[in-house]
Design a protein around this ligand. Sequence first.
Ligand SMILES: Cc1cc2nc3c(=O)[nH]c(=O)nc-3n(C[C@H](O)[C@H](O)[C@H](O)COP(=O)(O)O)c2cc1C
Length: 355
Amino acid sequence: MSSLLFTPYSLRGLTLRNRIVVSPMCQYSSEDGFANDWHFVHLGSRAVGGAGLILFEATAVVPEGRISPQDLGLWKDEHIAPLARITRFIDQHGAVAGIQLAHAGRKASTLRPWEGDGLVPPAQGGWTPVAPSPVRFSDSYPQPEALDEAGIARVVKAFAEAAGRAHAAGFRAVELHAAHGYLLHEFLSPLSNQRQDRYGGTFDNRVRLVREVVQAVRARWPEQLPLLVRISSTDWVEGGWTAEDSVALAKLLAQDGADLIDCSTGGIAPGVKIPAGPGYQTVFAERVRREAGVPTAAVGLIRSAFQAEHILRTEQADLVVLARELLRDPYWPLRAARELRADAKWPQQYARAKD
Ligand SMILES: Cc1cc2nc3c(=O)[nH]c(=O)nc-3n(C[C@H](O)[C@H](O)[C@H](O)COP(=O)(O)O)c2cc1C
């Protein structure tokens, strides 16, 4: 029986050689948003290791939207060339390079990198983070400033412009980060969004920003290439964002031009007890897929080849996304193919090694 994990998968005009996705993972290795040799080796080795789609870390669309001052960025044209060097290498090794575009909102770093090689804390001119409402994430986070409508419009434009640069850098998939308590998620969740204008209150108002971003990115991103959205499918908190909300949102985002929903959870509030166990978030991918009729990706404690194959065979998700397993072992796909005795599409040298 052939393996589903190693069966190519198509979204729009793009075909992945298999269904293994490298989850976006911050590397804390960039200066001023620029990719460098660390990113080249880290991401390139995962292409050589056999993954189908490699999602670059949360990449900030504006400098003040970084989770850490060492995050990648795409807020200026100068960021394109070093990224293009990496996407070319990934392409040459048969994988697809995708980028996660992000704005960290109230959880953004407030350290403004200065001209030299130091950091400026908020009291000496660092950033004030922005959010839907002036509600801090926790006592140890600064109070954010609520975005006004002009600020919201600038965020939408920044995502679209970053998507344009991502295309110029050779990316063939883009994922919008609307999860883990960052800006787009902060608008979705009633726990962080206490606005009373057309971006807050009702479900339709809270989803307005993420819909505008999807529409704006879709307008900028080539028609034949896929657009993914990562959501936190539940806040795991009473009164927060729910799995039902996720199903309703997925339907709307599909109308707006999203092709796949990457179903993560959590991140909106500190100290929340999450029942983490093998594949603990897969149930959300399954539900969104079944009830919204939208392709999904499953992520979270997916560790073995058989577990990944099972998720696909039982139609819980269309793609499996691995973070820590692929951090430990870039060659996880190669091992998985052996374990499943799958006929994987390898770069030539590995095809020879496999025989
Ligand atoms: C070092 C590290 C960095 C991460 N950075 C990101 C990120 O940039 N964007 C994101 O959506 N998730 C990020 N995550 C979360 C992972 O993508 C993934 O959702 C989570 O680790 C669960 O998958 P796993 O059990 O396979 O590790 C990060 C996780 C780790 C371990």
